[in-house]
Design a protein around this ligand. Structure first.
Ligand code: SF4
Length: 350
């Protein structure tokens, strides 16, 4: 049996299993393309349970593409705060603006048009096309790659585009044979990958509807798949983070509009691990009159390609300067979107 046939054979038990076992998730209650799109973007880096409250809050604030297109950036970032990868929120707004200007406010039922929108790649375009519009187009993400490579013991490196294309092609053939099941097939594959054929640790093969036909299970070699080339080591960046306080207000600043954590708010910080006298010298050079400097905590934040190793200082000053925005702890928590990279220092404000 070749891989395509094996995938086709797997479709029936998988669909029966999904019909009986699917979790009740808010974005599965209708097939509104806007809802599917928002949920898929949120789910890209976050577990379903964690996404639920964000999904409801987001739709309450921005119930339509028109509302999202007009979103205030700070309000949007605040609603997104905690989900991370803020570029997703910015791209949602940009895509909503295009949906309003080019498609009359309706998410387009066209794979190519979806793909041309900011933040929508092959996976999301496939998910919207199949789940919302019932088109026979697969959505291939890490969950799906894992299920397919275990089922078929694919030895190819899943981080390459060639492997993704090959698997997408094989799944497309299955979708074309049962186009009426496109929406369920996409969701069933995702669900199996998220709940049974899990990524870390041993998959729950005893609960899997595909156990009898799964080749990795037959060879008792499930965790050897998927195959991945080793990742490049992350760059380590030392940073010094300053909690500068003048009476009850703290200095914050907006990050540049481009690059890492763009457009979000942060405590003043510089590259390198400064000593107390370096911090004093730097603040004096900015025109701040210091009364106390004290090292607080160290913290680490891991991004995809870089790690920040941060050393914090609490600095009491007598005057404010225009370089920074000055806000009380309450205002910082309520109004400003400070990314989780600074969580350890935010806790010191409480
Ligand atoms: S039998 Fe195990 S390894 Fe194979 S698809 Fe099911 S959960 Fe994954």
């Amino acid at each position: 049996m070749n891989h395509m046939n094996l995938l086709f054979e797997a479709a029936t038990p998988l669909l029966y299993w999904y019909a009986a076992s699917a979790r009740d998730l808010p974005w599965r209650r209708d097939r509104d393309p806007y809802h599917i799109w928002i949920s898929e973007i949120m789910l890209q880096q976050t577990r379903a349970e964690a996404v639920k409250p964000y999904f409801s809050a987001f739709l309450e604030a921005f119930p339509t593409p028109e509302a999202l297109a007009l979103a205030d950036d700070d309000v949007l970032n605040k609603i997104w705060q905690g989900l991370g990868y803020y570029s997703r929120a910015r791209n949602l707004k940009r895509a909503a603006q295009e949906i309003v200007s080019l498609y009359g406010g309706k998410v387009p039922d066209d794979y190519r048009q979806l793909l041309s929108l900011p933040g929508i790649g092959a996976y999301t375009a496939g998910a919207i096309s199949s789940i919302a519009f019932g088109r026979p187009i697969p959505a291939v993400d890490g969950n799906v790659l894992r299920v397919v490579t275990r089922l078929t013991v694919t030895e190819d490196d899943i981080t390459t585009q060639t492997t993704k294309d090959r698997i997408t092609q094989a799944l497309s053939e299955v979708y074309r044979r049962i186009p009426e099941e496109s929406a369920n097939l996409t969701q069933a594959l995702m669900e199996l990958g998220a709940t049974v054929c899990v990524p870390n640790g041993t998959p729950h093969c005893g609960d899997c509807p595909l156990a009898e036909m799964c080749l990795a299970h037959r060879y008792e070699n499930e965790t050897a798949y998927p195959k991945k080339a080793p990742k490049r080591a992350r760059v380590i960046s030392d940073r010094t983070v300053l909690l500068i306080r003048c009476e009850d207000r703290f200095a914050i600043q907006k990050r540049p509009e481009k690059g890492l954590l763009s457009g979000l708010w942060e405590f003043p910080n510089v590259e390198g691990c400064l000593g107390t006298s370096d911090v004093e010298e730097w603040l004096c050079s900015l025109g701040l009159q210091l009364t106390a400097v004290e090292q607080t905590r160290r913290a680490k934040h891991i991004f995809t390609h870089i790690e920040w190793h941060m050393t914090g200082y609490r600095c009491d000053v007598l005057n404010t300067i225009k370089t920074y925005t000055w806000a009380t702890a309450e205002e910082i928590f309520e109004r400003y979107s400070v990314p989780s990279a600074f969580r350890a220092f935010l806790q010191l404000l409480q």
